[in-house]
Design a protein around this ligand. Structure first.
Ligand code: PLP
Length: 624
């Protein structure tokens, strides 16, 4: 059996039982409840929800909101910090209605607010928040309509901040607020010189496309003074980048932000809020390191660092402590969702049948391949590998020129595979191995074809080489004897997963179990709650997957709180401007003319029309 590193990346929310099932593991007081994912999959099947599917565990949204808020409260209390924390969830990280509704609902007791980066997101935020102590933070470019919406929210008592990304936005804000007679709440996004490690290091530094330069910031202050509106400037905003793996970067970013904060107070702005953006990382690989997919700190350390740094920087200047705002997205939602899919088939790289000895009149190269196969030892692995490649390629060359048959070629390829298999088995005993030989097991690994689209459900794997933890959800008490890469359903060579993290290292293959006939084999990609759903696209017209939201109860039972059927084929066709009704009519005409020409009977026509309509209304993924 194998643990796939679950006790490192699972953050105690996921585990494996002795029976070999992957479980969601939740604490209710001092009681731990474990729910096997395979039971939830069975429940989905019973309700007609096929694979692939996104499974959301509602409790994990609640738990993450609680943990982030409680960690800040603890840090604030311990350090004697003289103000409070207000979190806001950036809607772009997961805009799905039921996720935002749940966050707004669970977040209410902490006054957890929302961050909007567009008009559409602001409309979501205004409609979801019913609590005047929560914040709405508006980032991004804002036109007149955006600004008016925000001003109306302000007028109704919502603490809605416009964060200035550029100096030009200010004139529209001033003009609209004067016209409507509503005082805006204004924040300024600064461009920090501090840079961070990790993939999103372009969000900060001099060349960042976001935020105001120091010079532009002073211009804004000047404009506000002239308009007699400096009292509206109350928030400083900085965002160093998402998934910051190194805590030292966070500390230096906060320090720099404090310098700006005190500078603005010196300029006469009242201030009162410091918004440190997102960046709190998720340990996707569970190594607790400063690698791109990990983090070298924990949640408590993150909060203490922020609180302490603020105090250290502001206390000597006798500046009152501001409200601490953070916009954690990934850290709040990543754990709550997983992508479940079944494996459709496996292509292995095992050699086909090889006769015990070379057939009569075999080509010399084939006889040589037999000889190589029979003389492999741990001391001549490289030599045997080189020879096998040479002889196999010679036969391919002869085939090319019509001097070797299809059967010669098949035998040569099978012999080469058999030789590599044997070399691969002996590799662990070899004293030194070349890079070529090192990659041999990967070359011989299986391809497991999964019922999912990487582009629809896991776009970050394709776009930015994101690593997500992946493991089977059952049979984990059996040793996984196969080594595999995963291929998706799209006809795209990028539609594969061949980078994994487990056993404290990076691997190009994943250990998996052989398929059993007549039995489904289910895998799960974990920690996919952030960014994946709406960044996904319709490559090959695979649409949205089924989605279920489950709530786990204290007695270990679970309720299907929400079920959403994924896109039908008619849905995805209409997204690309086809009209399914017109397509139905075209198909009907085609079938009718086939009847007229005597190619098919009328009952056959009916059968074909039914099949066409069923397909249109069916799921875009593989249906058993
Ligand atoms: N706030 C802003 C302004 C962002 O651009 C982002 C994402 O990059 C976030 C918050 C969320 O970051 P994270 O998901 O790392 O918490």
């Amino acid at each position: 059996s194998r643990l796939y590193g679950v006790r490192d990346w699972g953050a105690e929310y996921f585990d494996i039982t002795d029976e070999g099932n992957a479980v969601v593991s939740l604490k209710f007081g001092d009681k731990t409840i474990q729910v096997p994912l395979i039971d939830i999959v069975q429940g989905m099947k019973d309700r007609g929800l096929d694979m692939p599917a996104v499974l959301r565990i509602e409790n994990l949204l609640d738990i993450r909101i609680t943990q982030i808020n409680e960690a800040f409260h603890r840090a604030i209390e311990q350090a004697g910090y003289q103000n409070h924390y207000r979190g806001v969830f950036p809607i772009k990280v997961n805009q799905q209605c039921h996720v935002i509704e749940e966050i707004a609902d669970y977040g209410r007791r902490y006054h957890h607010g929302l961050e909007a980066g567009s008009k559409a997101e602001l409309i979501i935020a205004i409609s979801q928040l019913r609590d005047h102590d929560s914040l709405i933070i508006c980032n991004g470019y804002k036109d007149e309509e955006f600004i008016e919406l925000g001003l109306y929210a302000r007028q109704m008592g919502i603490k809605c901040f416009f964060v200035l990304e550029t100096a030009t936005e200010l004139s529209t804000i001033l003009e609209r607020s004067k016209a409507l007679g509503i005082d805006p709440l204004i924040g300024m996004r600064i461009r920090l010189a501090s840079t961070v490690e990790g993939h999103w290091n372009g969000d900060s530094g001099d060349r960042s496309i976001f935020g105001l330069s120091t010079h532009a910031l002073l211009e804004v202050v000047e404009q506000l003074k002239q308009a007699d509106m400096l009292h509206c400037l109350q928030l400083l905003h900085s965002h160093l980048g998402s998934q910051i793996p190194n805590i030292r970067n966070i500390r230096s970013g906060v320090m720099e932000a404090c310098r700006f904060y005190s500078g603005l107070i010196e300029e006469g702005a009242p201030m009162g809020y410091i918004d440190l953006g997102g960046g709190l990382a998720v340990d996707y690989e569970g190594t607790r390191s400063n690698s791109t997919h990990s983090m070298n700190y924990g949640l408590d350390e993150y909060c203490y660092n922020i609180v302490e740094t603020l105090q250290e920087c502001l206390d000597p200047l006798e500046i009152p402590h501001p409200v601490i705002v953070s916009e954690s997205g990934r850290a709040l939602v990543a754990y709550s969702s997983m992508l479940l899919f079944n494996v459709l088939e496996v292509r292995d790289h095992k050699p086909g049948h090889i006769p015990a000895s070379a057939p009569e009149d075999s080509h010399d190269m084939i006889i040589n391949l037999y000889s190589v196969r029979d003389h492999i030892t741990v001391d001549n692995l490289q030599e045997c590998y080189n020879d096998s490649l040479y002889y196999r390629d010679e036969i391919r060359e002869l085939f090319h020129h019509g001097q070797a048959s299809l059967r010669d070629r098949a035998l040569a390829e099978n012999l080469a595979l058999a030789i590599w298999e044997k070399i691969s088995e002996l590799l662990p005993q070899a004293r030194r191995i070349s890079a070529e030989l090192e990659s041999l097991p990967e070359l011989l690994s299986d391809i497991y074809y999964g019922n999912f689209s990487l582009f629809q459900s896991l776009p970050d794997i394709w776009a930015i080489d994101q690593l997500f933890p992946i493991m089977p959800i059952h049979r984990l008490d059996e040793a996984p004897t196969r080594s595999a890469v995963l291929a998706d359903m799209t006809c795209d060579c990028d539609g594969k997963i061949d980078a994994f993290s487990y056993d404290d290292g990076y691997h190009k293959t994943l250990p998996l179990h052989p398929l059993k006939s007549g039995e489904e084999y289910y895998l799960s990609v974990f920690l996919v709650g952030a960014y994946q759903e709406t960044l996904g696209d319709l490559h090959n017209l695979f649409g949205d997957t089924n989605v279920v939201s489950v709530h786990i109860n204290e007695d270990g039972s679970f309720d299907f709180i929400r079920e959403f059927h994924g896109d039908s084929i008619a849905d995805v066709l209409s997204y690309v401007e086809y009209d399914p009704k017109v397509m139905q009519e075209q198909f009907r005409r085609l079938a009718e003319s086939a009847v007229r020409e005597g190619r098919i009977s009328v009952p056959m026509r009916q059968q074909m029309l039914r099949a066409f309509n069923d397909s249109l209304n069916g799921y875009t993924f593989f249906e058993r």
